[in-house]
Design a protein around this ligand. Structure first.
Ligand code: CU
Length: 159
């Protein structure tokens, strides 16, 4: 009896956690950015990558179309594709990144990311880089990206 009650309690907690995420995570107005971070890089590094979670709280779809950053020579939005042989490669996202309404879209290691090309200003671990996100509909948004170690456990190689 005790075991059954414990299990149903655990199930209830799990269910309420799920419900909370669906209704709460991207409610509200417009686009919000969370967990923004950039891979630390020295001055002159060929590239670095930045990641962010974007919540579209609005009722209409939007798109991340462009990214601006003063400390790099160029910035691109990349998608990562997996070949049939299981080899990952990346390419510029031709139409940006879709941001469906009331959904969280994550740019994360192994997937879509912001590619900073030609680092002209060192991004030291622990510091923050101001990166501006431009959308199809929403106003541009400048977000502070926290610089984290060059390589993490998820092993996003090549960036
Ligand atoms: Cu890339």
């Amino acid at each position: 009896m005790h075991i059954i009650r414990s299990l149903s309690l655990a199930a209830a907690i799990a269910l309420s956690a799920c419900a909370g995420e669906e209704t709460g995570i991207c409610a509200g107005d417009g686009i919000t950015a969370g967990d923004a971070w950039v891979r630390a890089a020295g001055e002159g590094a060929p590239m670095s990558a930045a990641y962010v979670e974007l919540c579209n709280g609005g009722d209409a779809p939007d798109r991340l179309l462009a990214v601006k950053y003063n400390g790099a020579q160029a910035v691109e939005i990349h998608e990562t594709q997996m070949s049939d042989e299981g080899v990952a490669s990346m390419a510029p996202a031709a139409n940006g990144i879709a941001l469906p309404p009331h959904e969280m879209t994550a740019l994360a290691p192994g997937g879509a990311h912001i590619m900073l090309i030609g680092i002209s200003e060192a991004i030291a671990e622990g510091e923050e880089a101001a990166i501006t996100l431009e959308f199809e509909n929403a106003e541009p948004m400048t977000v502070m990206f926290e610089a984290r170690p060059r390589m993490d456990a998820s092993g996003h190689q090549g960036h």
